[in-house]
Design a protein around this ligand. Structure first.
Ligand code: NAD
Length: 369
């Protein structure tokens, strides 16, 4: 059986607490003979600043480059609020994404039936929801130059961010979205603002061309990003795969996140280009941050982190069956009424991060015994 090299970067706040739960699941998968991993640990974010003065060392980056996949917890927290902008904790994560070329961010928004009442929307609107948001991650306004604040002659200031996309950048993210749609319901919605932005005009044109040239079996719909936000809270189940740029993806995926109940439930994948050997760089992480308000208290929900491992099994290693086993262990645990604090309704018993990890492992062990 292949041994996969996993780099674990727990990071800050609740990151290490939820990563421990993933390590238990990794152990259970190996025990059941489903997958074998060689795991290494390193630092990213505030803990790396404390140890090395930078949020990601060159050595950690080299380890990430050599790994088959990376699992990351979360970075940041008030302790590092005053460090220089260039070496803030989040810069470590941005460097990983940029240097490894992780341009495709996959953010599933799934509403488990057992949690439909925790959504901000009515049960009938969200029950069974299963959207995959594909966000471009290494281009657009977060990286475009110029990016600066200058002082004007009258002493006031002027801030500039630049939204830039090239044909190639749009083509490669469109391929990721269409390929995913083929494995799902065969529908893609592409969101931009071609009515007011040149980058939106090009985005729409290129997505249309890629569709026409390669994916006539997939249904494509264009939607303005503002309308998309509205539709997501009005009738979210109309979407399946939703592809969009870095900025709109940031906002729309957070909207979709709230449809599902809690940030603690949402995994993500960031993928690079497929190389000549058919493999790709990939980083898997929960959507949530380091949650300093609950760090160290045992309140953190580890499901987003464990779900990120399931995505890793599916997208990096082609272990769809093992991924299904992990996902269904999560579903059964929730169906049994087991809850961390963030997803508990009034009167429900609440268990700790550690106990939730154990409960999911138990379900996994029962399914593989
Ligand atoms: P956050 O996601 O850390 O927390 C938002 C709220 O959700 C908090 O009330 C928190 O307690 C709760 N929450 C988050 N994850 C949870 C979980 N697994 N279980 C239960 N509750 C959970 O966002 P924030 O408070 O805006 O940011 C805190 C720090 O995290 C900041 O330094 C921010 O920059 C950083 N951050 C990092 C990432 C990342 O590492 N990818 C993402 C977002 C924010």
């Amino acid at each position: 059986m292949t041994t996969y090299k996993l780099l674990l970067l727990p990071g800050d706040g609740i990151g290490p607490e939820v990563m421990v739960q993933v390590e238990k699941v990794i152990g259970a998968l190996a025990e059941a003979g489903l997958a074998h991993f060689e795991t290494e640990h390193d630092l990213v974010g505030g803990c790396a600043i404390d140890a090395h003065g930078v949020p990601l060392t060159d050595a950690a980056l080299a380890r990430a480059d050599a790994a088959d996949a990376i699992l990351l917890g979360a970075v940041g927290g008030p302790k590092w609020a005053d460090v220089a902008y260039e070496i803030r904790p989040e810069a470590g994560l941005l460097r990983l994404r940029k240097d490894l070329g992780l341009f495709a961010n996959l953010r599933p928004a799934i509403c488990y039936p057992a949690l439909a009442d925790a959504s901000a929307l009515k049960r009938e609107l969200v029950e069974g929801l299963d959207i995959m948001i594909v966000r471009e991650l290494t281009g657009g306004v977060y990286f475009g130059e110029p990016k600066e604040i200058t002082t004007l002659p009258d002493g006031t200031k002027r801030a500039v961010d630049t939204q830039v996309y090239t044909t190639g950048e749009i083509e490669r993210i469109a391929h990721v979205a269409f390929d995913l749609a083929r494995k799902r319901s065969g529908r893609v919605a592409s969101a931009e603002k071609h009515n007011v932005m040149k980058s939106g005009v090009l985005w729409k044109e290129v997505v249309t061309d890629v569709h026409a040239a390669h994916y006539s079996d997939v249904a494509l719909e264009h939607v303005l990003a503002d309308n998309c936000a509205m539709q997501l809270v009005r009738r979210p189940k109309q979407f399946d795969v939703l592809v969009t740029d870095n900025l709109f993806g940031d906002v729309l995926s957070d909207v979709a996140a709230m449809l599902t109940g809690s940030l603690g439930m949402l995994p993500s994948a960031s993928l690079g280009a497929v190389d000549a050997k058919g493999s790709r760089k990939a980083l898997y992480e929960p959507v949530h941050g380091s949650a300093p308000d609950i760090a160290g208290k045992g309140y953190a929900n580890p499901i987003a982190m464990i779900g990120s491992l399931a995505m890793c099994l599916r997208y990096s290693f082609g272990l769809g069956d093992a991924a299904d086993l992990v996902d269904s262990a999560i579903t059964r645990t929730l169906a049994a009424g087991i809850r961390t604090r963030d997803i508990a309704s009034d009167g429900m018993e609440v268990i700790s991060t550690d106990a939730m990890g154990d409960a999911i492992v138990r379900e996994l062990e029962q399914a593989t015994a």
